[in-house]
Design a protein around this ligand. Sequence first.
Ligand SMILES: [Zn+2]
Length: 333
Amino acid sequence: MDIKRTIGNIEGVVVGDHFSGRLDVMRAKLHQTNQKGISWLADVGDGLPVADAIVLNGGYVDDDDRWTTMQYTGASEGKDRDAETGRLRRSQSWSYVDNAALKRSYERKYPIRVIRGYEGDKRYSPPKGYRYDGLFEIKAIRTGISKWPAPDGSEIKICQFDLERIPDVQQSLTPLELRVAEMIQEVEEQAEAGEERYPQVRTMAIRRLIRSVATSQRVKNLYGGECQLCGLRILGPDGKPHSQGAHIKPLGDPHGGPDVEPNILCVCPNCHVRLDVGAVIVDEDWSIVVRADLFGAPMLPMLRTKGWHRVHPDYLRYHREWWASRGDHHTAS
Ligand SMILES: [Zn+2]
């Protein structure tokens, strides 16, 4: 198969795009294989292998995902790994082509496409399938020691890579951008319902914004517009529910919360405000704690979740601690 490969972003694929399986990721030209973690190609000029993409899907115990930065473990040849447990039998090698290619991309300062899979860190993984999460830069490489020793108890050396998301405004959304995206979506829905055709040609930026709205939309659809904090479901005269996707750990500075399902709640407009100003928080045991007086609007005793939606406790903790550090508040009495 003759697949043209590129370093950097792939034309027509935007950050946040979802794929149902590895084969689709490969067909989208994001990654050259449908199995391995590291994707590489022959560089122009000297023809040496350089990496262009990685898949982060919980394959290695030493991987450490922190959303905008990550510690990534290199690859081992199949025979060096126990197929069932995934444990390494021997140390990784920098001369193994996958690791050598990723190391060369570090030396040549090539950006790496990062794709997260459903088996990765629960804070950032898509609920199913795979998601393209944009371009990262390799900041450092080193030989590390695995947390898990070899079957005979000896140390396992691993190839470690520190990656950092490229600070591209195209990869993070401000509240204003989100609002614009929502408006675009409304226009599109109206256009679909009516006779007018909305132009098919869109810029990458607009498509990216629509993707972000789509993440919230998936969560809102799951709950049928029912608020996860108070249970309210607001219906318009057309029978359509009106809910909002609220980020528990807010997007943008200084919070840097990710735009992923485990960080999004389906809420009514009231609860969206309550959450954003810290008037309600969710405790460790998922009980809803009212920190400011509310009138005529009872809350649910516990955060309501359903189906595939897994709210990650780290975001709830961040939200709690953020508001706790802001001390003076009026408690309900
Ligand atoms: Zn509500």
